[in-house]
Write a protein that binds this ligand. Structure first.
Ligand code: GTP
Ligand code: MG
Length: 203
């Protein structure tokens, strides 16, 4: 897919505020600082579209970016920031759970995980929650430039093994680096196919 137009549409603090049109959402979520905003800027090739910050917890709102006037790329707030030490199951911020479980616009969700870290409890909890609710999702391993090719392979195999303890099938998986523009084609092609799979005129 070629992104010819990427426009910031709106920031919502509640799902009642998300755009009411028929365009579908492809959203990005993950722990604070995992690189969501950087990835969105890399995918759209718009350096300043989503705010990148060295301070975790920067994105607290649901940000909609209209792409090619045909779908929305959505930057969701990071989880696991304020309450990391006592993060309990089911305690993801309401804005996040409302959006992913109730918002009909959501078509596909990418869960971002830092490729350098061993599988994190909070990510696995979140992924299991998606499974329980039947939310279609894929995993993007971020910051791949920080590891060698061999280390990447090892990290992903470790992650897959962990997922297979809970899941019979693995979700779609992608490796990315916003620094090195890695994974862009694969992710955009996947989104294109995903949006084609279920035309909005059937909704
Ligand atoms: P919040 O909105 O705070 O939840 O963070 P975020 O997930 O949007 O992360 P953001 O894109 O703001 O990036 C966090 C930090 O990681 C920044 O310092 C980025 O420069 C850095 N970063 C993001 N992606 C990459 C990457 O692919 N490679 C490297 N080396 N650094 C990255
Ligand atoms: Mg962000």
């Amino acid at each position: 897919m070629n992104i010819t137009k990427a426009i910031f549409k709106c920031s919502s603090e509640r799902i009642s505020q998300v755009p009411k049109d028929a365009l579908r959402d492809v959203a990005f979520i993950g722990r604070s600082n995992v690189g969501k905003s950087s990835l969105i800027n890399m995918l759209t090739r718009h350096g300043g579209l989503a705010k990148v910050s060295a301070t975790p917890g920067k994105t607290r709102l649901i940000n909609h970016f209209r792409i090619n006037d045909s779908w929305y790329l959505v930057d969701l707030p990071g989880y696991g920031y304020a309450r990391t030490s006592k993060q309990l199951r089911g305690s993801f911020a309401k804005i996040i759970t409302d959006y992913i479980f109730k918002c009909e616009k959501l078509h596909f969700l990418f869960v971002l995980v830092d490729i350098r870290l061993e599988p994190q409890k909070i990510d696995l909890e979140f992924i299991n929650l998606l499974g329980e609710h039947g939310v279609p999702f894929g995993i993007i391993f971020t910051k791949a430039d920080k590891l060698s090719a061999a280390q990447r392979k090892h990290a992903i195999a470790r992650y897959e093994q962990t997922l297979l303890e809970q899941w019979e099938e693995l979700p779609p998986r992608f490796i990315s680096s916003s620094e090195k523009q890695m994974g862009r084609e694969e992710i955009l092609d996947f989104i294109e196919k995903c949006l084609k799979a279920e035309p909005s005129d059937t909704e």
